[in-house]
Design a protein around this ligand. Sequence first.
Ligand SMILES: [Fe+2]
Ligand SMILES: [Fe+2]
Length: 245
Amino acid sequence: MSFNNLTIQSEVKSFAIQNYQHAFKTFKKFGIDFCCGGSKPLEVACSQRGLDPDEVYEQLNQPPVYKALPSEKNWESLSLQELVENIVVKHHIHMRKILPELTQVMKKVLNAHGKNYPALFEVSKTLQAIRDDLEPHMMKEEAILFPMIQKLDKEGSLQKKIIKQIGNPIRKMTDDHKDLGKLLETMRKLTNHYSVPDNSCATFEYLYKELEALENDLLIHTHKENNILFPKVLEKQSMAIDASR
Ligand SMILES: [Fe+2]
Ligand SMILES: [Fe+2]
């Protein structure tokens, strides 16, 4: 068994929390959303996609053929401060570098192949929409939510009013994640699961490989926020409220 104490009634996100790499591969294969739809029981998530929950559960429990990366395996054990740092360093900084680069590569591919592959125009629009959503989203996390979380981590240093308010930016960020999830789904459909047409040039192949890497990175990023960081913050928030009574 790859997952301890988890059943088809367990929430989808619990599998990703326990063994991200293994759950990620299986959920991606079956098209199960574990980031924004992570609170659904596995059974429900499967039926909504017309899948047999027992079959998915069995595949989840096949032993993984790879080992978890040592530096990335135990996000649950990180403090709020460490999680915030991990997210900013591993994902936000990376996105700020990769998004402008991808926009340039996209332009080149569009100029060279847009005539023969009109879907590329929609791919380009979707990439721009992801960028337009993600850049201000990360800025808001870094300017508003993350500083509140970092203060909350140092117990008692937040005013009662701010403790009560921290749920608002979390809800807003969670809604943004849903919008980003929809854009990633659109991108996946438009690119036919990132499969390049036969005889494509190396730049076309590079673009699709990098777009898929972008999706994978955004899924880990959202999983860390929606399924690990935000629930930890909300738990700490309710403890802080109880203590102040
Ligand atoms: Fe983020
Ligand atoms: Fe986010």
